[in-house]
Design a protein around this ligand. Structure first.
Ligand SMILES: CC(C)(COP(=O)(O)OP(=O)(O)OC[C@H]1O[C@@H](n2cnc3c(N)ncnc32)[C@H](O)[C@@H]1OP(=O)(O)O)[C@@H](O)C(=O)NCCC(=O)NCCS
Length: 182
């Protein structure tokens, strides 16, 4: 059964559920792996979950109910990025790829000006990287030492994207990495 995205109201009806979701979960590959409730409250008040750049959704599964959270970011520059977080009990079951499908359907289906969606993750986030590959997203960058790690050496940030035309045709246009030789 597939997942759907339900737009949430971060400053109203969904505020306490959003704070609860973020503060009860651990996100080992995020810069802040254990956000505190007060941090989330502050982010909500700053508009980080809904403003001209950001919009947020619950990820709902037909049988399992609410399984996670998705935020679209950088919406005003026409080249959105996203933050995907499954609730801990629903990780490791293959749902990530279904969410990427719902994400692409939502963005390309409702935002005619958007031609690509980009996602970045830490190099050791193997589940997310495999989810990108399984979903036909293409690796475009490997930013060496680009991801700060609390109390440790920085790791790489790896960027993937999907193009509207690939979403429309169900194909994957690979890029030629070594396109210029010395
Ligand atoms: C990252 C995330 C979205 C992935 O979704 P998921 O449904 O849990 O991922 P899956 O269970 O489908 O795992 C994806 C793949 O990684 C593999 N995998 C999972 N854990 C692994 C590990 N520790 N080592 C190697 N492979 C692993 C799975 O076997 C699967 O491989 P497959 O595609 O060949 O079947 C989800 O785990 C999550 O929300 N994590 C916390 C937040 C996060 O890190 N978000 C990403 C921010 S960009």
């Amino acid at each position: 059964m597939s997942v759907t995205l339900t737009r949430l109201d971060p400053t109203g009806a969904d505020r306490s559920a959003l704070v609860g979701f973020m503060s009860r979960n651990e996100f080992p590959f995020h810069v802040r792996s254990r956000p505190r409730a007060a941090d989330i409250e502050g982010l909500i008040d700053k508009g980080a979950y809904r403003d001209e750049d950001n919009d947020s959704f619950w990820i709902e599964h037909g049988e399992l109910g609410r399984v996670g959270f998705l935020r679209l970011e950088d919406l005003s520059d026409g080249d959105p990025m996203f933050d995907l977080r499954l609730d801990a009990p629903f990780r490791g079951r293959g749902l990530g790829a279904e969410v990427l499908r719902a994400l692409a359907d939502h963005v390309f289906g409702t935002m005619p000006g958007v031609n690509r969606i980009e996602g970045q993750t830490r190099e050791d986030n193997v589940p997310m990287r495999r989810t990108f590959l399984r979903s036909g997203w293409v690796k475009e960058a490997h930013y060496r030492e680009g991801w700060p790690v609390d109390g440790g050496a920085p790791l790489a940030s790896v960027a993937y994207s999907i193009l509207r035309r690939d979403w429309e045709t169900g194909t994957t246009t690979e890029l030629v990495w070594d396109d210029l030789e010395l």
